[in-house]
Design a binder for this molecule. Sequence first.
Ligand code: F6R
Length: 260
Amino acid sequence: MEVVIQPDAAAVAVFGADIIDRLISTKPGAVLGLATGSSPLGVYDELIRRCVASTLSFEDATAFLLDEYIGLPPGHPASYRVFIEQHFTGRVDIDASHVHVPDGAADDIVAACHDYEQRIRDAGGIDLQLLGIGADGHVGFNEPTSSLASRTRVKTLTPQTRSDNARFFDNPDEVPHHVVTQGIGTILEARHLLLIANGASKAGAIAKAVEGPVTSMCPASAIQLHPHVTVVIDEAAAAELTLAEYYRDTFAGKPLWQSS
Ligand code: F6R
């Protein structure tokens, strides 16, 4: 695992965008795993800027979202399908038919979850999975005690996550209780995990995910089981890391031959 501590959220965004830019430049048809929420927004803005400047193109890329709410009417502004269109996919040149979102409105949600897993397999698997992290250590919507082998399925949000996400809704009571999310097992099959976090509210979760025991009580700690993980965080999110100095030194002295 590589832990990269950047001075601020703006630098985190550029560093994260550089990683995706390098992937798309070497593999234009790459399969991206996308996260929603606030954490990746800076990365998306930077990628949009590069796309508008015609230095980067997503026209051959495919994308799979991590998760979606269950029970929101189609087109609801807080649905992750609308969110990702507004904040990323609708503002770059990716083909809209190549953007896959778990179906939170399916009549048969279980079948839709199996179908989502199959679509990821049919696309050749995810090359790079962008991740945020919840204050309780969730990734995707895999809340604490999620099986570390889980696949795409229905989960129930914790009161903390519902309250954290209430800012995206007019009324906090509107935040759904249920979601569809890629499982931890699904996420771990992506070839590269890129976890982004900013701010003091994420410091505890980052310390547990990176340095704590691998435990379903902190689902993000499962990233320790993956052979290619890049954690890009600002100083505030790094505040509780025991080995922060080691990560800074390692990054500063990184040999040119070592890949990102
Ligand atoms: C969203 C997702 C969630 C968020 C997490 C952090 O697709 O998968 O795990 O990444 O809830 O949310 P923010 O970034 O809003 O703090």
